[in-house]
Design a protein around this ligand. Structure first.
Ligand code: TYD
Length: 140
């Protein structure tokens, strides 16, 4: 099966409900927001300055990565090209397709990275060695 590249990934504008007096609300809903069923939500927070997260690829998992608070940068890598996305709006999500390496860096103080995922946690779905990732990508 053909693998996705970094140009298949983009920032998705999410539903935003604004109330003048009461602030904003954003919805991520199965079936309408993006083309995968939501099986899991997790979030990264209290990330010390200068620390990076991610540094792995997923074979099958698809994700929507949202900056629920603060900002950070996600760099995607398909083995040939890299693309960086700056996330700093709670109503924008980066749709990350399967088979891509991701690095999350430059977290602002108090940043919360919320990840909406297409499957439960499966250790076998991870590729954590970059050299193994390149082998996996070149095997297409
Ligand atoms: P890890 O995938 O290394 O986080 P990141 O890529 O964001 O740096 O996960 C950190 C730890 O949390 C690791 O021990 C596995 C565990 N974990 C779960 O148990 N369930 C999950 O859904 C996730 C994402 C991680």
């Amino acid at each position: 099966m053909a693998k996705y590249n970094v140009f298949d990934c983009s920032i998705v504008e999410l539903d935003r409900h604004h109330s003048d007096r009461k602030g904003n609300l954003t919805v991520v809903e199965n079936g309408s927001t993006f083309p995968f069923d939501v099986k899991r939500v997790y979030y990264l927070y209290d990330i010390p300055g200068g620390e990076g997260r991610g540094a792995h690829a997923h074979r099958e998992l698809e994700q929507l990565i949202i900056s629920a608070s603060g900002s950070f940068t996600v760099t995607l890598d398909d083995g040939k090209s890299k693309r960086s996305f700056f996330l700093n709006r709670p109503y924008q999500g980066l749709y990350v397709k399967s088979g891509l390496w991701r690095d999350l860096v430059d977290f602002s103080s108090g940043a919360v990275a919320m990840v909406v995922a297409s499957d439960i946690y499966r250790k076998d779905d991870y590729i954590r060695e970059y050299s193994e990732f390149l082998k996996y990508r070149n095997n297409e």
